[in-house]
Design a binder for this molecule. Structure first.
Ligand code: SAH
Length: 212
């Protein structure tokens, strides 16, 4: 799986503006047992470089996309991280393994409960999960060095921008549901200005919650 990520990153690297995925990120992806995050019937496919269904019409993201998003965030040990769309909990585990203090929000209650239970069982202590609409962020746990939104939004939610620390980074797919969206890298510069860069086309499940 990791070899495939490395070779995809080599082919598409120029597009993402990051030549290659950082070795730290690759090491974490190599270490985390992705098969623990999918149902028993899908275990044999757990290390395929593709998204897999996790129930409730949702998916665990393609490993290459997880790698690119994580790499863009430049997560440092001790960073505060917010994830919108816990899903299986895989991306949250990746952030935690990089040393971040992770808060993750999931709107589908059974998925949130299952992922919270899974992450606790796997021993992730520096990680908080809750059921809710991530559009509004989690101000009590912030502000955040990094924010990752793993569902496609029609626009960048202003509450999330407000919860970014000075120097903070957010990756978020923005565009119409069930069409190709653009992965954006949003950065809060130290002078308080916000920059946005289009990274690459992606396809994510929609951010629900009805705040268009
Ligand atoms: N990060 C996940 C993949 C998630 S798929 C993983 O690593 O497995 C996107 C998830 O976002 C879905 O589980 C979906 O239910 C959730 N979601 C959609 N809209 C949301 C919202 N407004 N707030 C929080 N979660 C949301």
């Amino acid at each position: 799986m990791v070899d495939e990520i490395v070779s995809m990153a080599r082919s598409f690297g120029a597009g993402t503006g990051r030549g290659a995925i950082e070795p730290r990120v690759l090491n974490v992806l190599a270490r985390i047992p992705r098969h623990e995050f999918v149902s028993a019937q899908l275990r044999a496919n757990a290390y395929d470089n593709r998204p897999l269904p996790i129930g409730h019409g949702q998916t665990i993201s393609q490993p290459y996309i997880v790698a690119v998003m994580t790499d863009l965030l430049r997560v440092g040990a001790g960073d505060t991280a917010l994830e919108i769309g816990t899903g299986s909990g895989y991306q949250a585990a990746v952030l935690a393994e990089l040393g971040a203090r992770v808060s993750s929000i999931e709107i589908v209650e059974p998925l949130a409960l299952e992922a919270g239970e899974r992450l606790r069982r796997m021993g992730y202590a520096n990680l908080a999960t809750k059921v809710g609409d991530g559009y509004h962020g989690w101000p009590q746990q912030g502000p955040f060095d990094v924010i990752v939104v793993t569902a496609a939004a029609s626009h960048v939610p202003p509450p999330l921008v407000r919860q970014l620390k000075s120097g903070g980074r957010m990756v978020i797919p923005v565009g119409a549901p069930f069409q190709t969206q653009q992965l954006l890298l949003v950065q809060m510069r130290t002078d308080g200005t916000v920059t946005t860069r289009q990274v690459m086309p992606v396809i994510f499940v929609p951010l629900t919650g009805g705040h268009d």
